[in-house]
Design a protein. Structure first.
Length: 161
């Protein structure tokens, strides 16, 4: 069952790359008492993700945070090393928290997995963005086609804040 507006984010653990290496971050720590924009995508270094989706959130980070958002986080079913390298490649800096869901456990708990096994990519995340306020989903924008990034993009989210 897919998560929807009004639902509480399920408990889980994601991974972020730090100066000391991969480090876990719980969903309670990430979302508790904060307003968070989470956007997810099928894969780091892929064309739409690298050319449209992530750059839009990096460019609009100041505007989004000016609307009261504490954290902007990017999630992908990749490992923390890949997410860390992609963040550096995309000059993310402190604008976007790069999060790994290597086994897709969190993505599956949201009901937002996307099976790309036939394309050699395994189970990935659908492309979406959501606004989460103190652990509760307030907005959810799921792309219908994996190559699109308008419905789940930064401009859409900015308009919803």
């Amino acid at each position: 069952m897919t998560i929807k507006v009004g639902d509480k984010i399920p408990e889980g653990t994601l991974t972020q790359m730090t100066e000391k290496g991969p480090a876990p971050i719980s969903t309670a720590e990430l979302f508790g008492g904060k307003k968070v924009v989470l956007f997810a995508l099928p894969g780091a270094f892929t064309p739409t993700c690298s050319n449209q989706h992530l750059p839009g959130f990096v460019q609009k980070a100041g505007d989004i945070k000016a609307k009261g958002v504490d954290t902007i986080a990017c999630l992908s079913v990749n490992d923390a090393f890949v997410m860390g390298a992609w963040g550096k490649d995309q000059n993310v800096g402190d604008n976007v928290l790069m999060l790994a869901d290597g086994s897709a456990a969190f993505t599956k708990s949201l009901g937002l997995e996307f099976d790309l096994t036939k394309a050699g990519m395994g189970v990935r995340s659908q492309r979406y963005s959501m606004l989460v306020d103190d652990g509760v989903v307030k907005q959810l924008n799921i792309e219908e086609a994996p190559g699109g990034a308008e419905k789940s993009g930064a401009d859409t989210m900015l308009g919803q804040l």
